[in-house]
Write a new protein. Structure first.
Length: 188
């Protein structure tokens, strides 16, 4: 479903745009995601709307068949620091997660409800992991979910495409950064 409306109090939730992850996936796609996400953050701030910046410092302890980045070693210093391009402001809300979803054991739901948020706009890395898990949780918590498809990417092109084309339409509405900023501007 394409974007139909921007609620009176949406929040931008940026997932895992932190130095270690961005460096590990550096390239043209990541550069575009960083630019589009920074644009969204700037527009949300300009309109006095909440910006939530999420980083990750852990993961679920369960065994998986897929190889995990880092092979169980501790990440280097600064790995979880948010990237400079996000231009973190004192009005931004910072959330640290230890699982895929930004809602799992973080207090994000309470923060958003306290701010009167009814809609979340999601951007970040990786589409099929942190972004999708957060979108699923946001939907389960009853938020209107908007997925900024040009402000997210995944190291696996097939996984990205699957999330965008098959999963996200079941969880919310998809839109480009331009569509989101145009709609936000029109409602302010």
């Amino acid at each position: 479903m394409t974007l139909t409306t921007i609620d009176p109090t949406p929040a931008l939730v940026v997932v895992d745009l932190q130095k270690g992850i961005v460096a590990a996936h550096a390239g043209e796609r990541v550069t575009a995601v960083v630019e589009q996400t920074a644009r969204l953050a700037s527009e949300f701030r300009r309109h006095g709307l909440p910006v939530v910046l999420v980083n990750v410092t852990g993961r679920a302890p369960g065994r998986t068949e897929a190889r995990r980045p880092g092979g169980g070693t501790a990440p280097p210093a600064g790995w979880a620091d948010l990237i400079d391009e996000l231009d973190v402001r004192p009005t931004d809300h910072l959330v640290t997660k230890r699982r895929r979803s930004a809602f799992h054991d973080t207090g994000l739901d309470t923060l958003l409800r306290d701010l009167g948020v009814t809609q979340v706009v999601l951007a970040g890395i990786s589409t099929s992991a942190g972004v999708e898990s957060t979108a699923r949780s946001a939907s389960d918590h009853g938020y209107h979910v908007v997925l900024a498809t040009d402000a997210m990417c995944d190291p696996d092109d097939d996984a990205h495409r699957h999330s965008v084309e098959r999963v996200f339409p079941k969880l919310g509405e998809t839109a480009t950064t331009a569509e989101i900023t145009d709609r936000t501007e029109a409602t302010r």
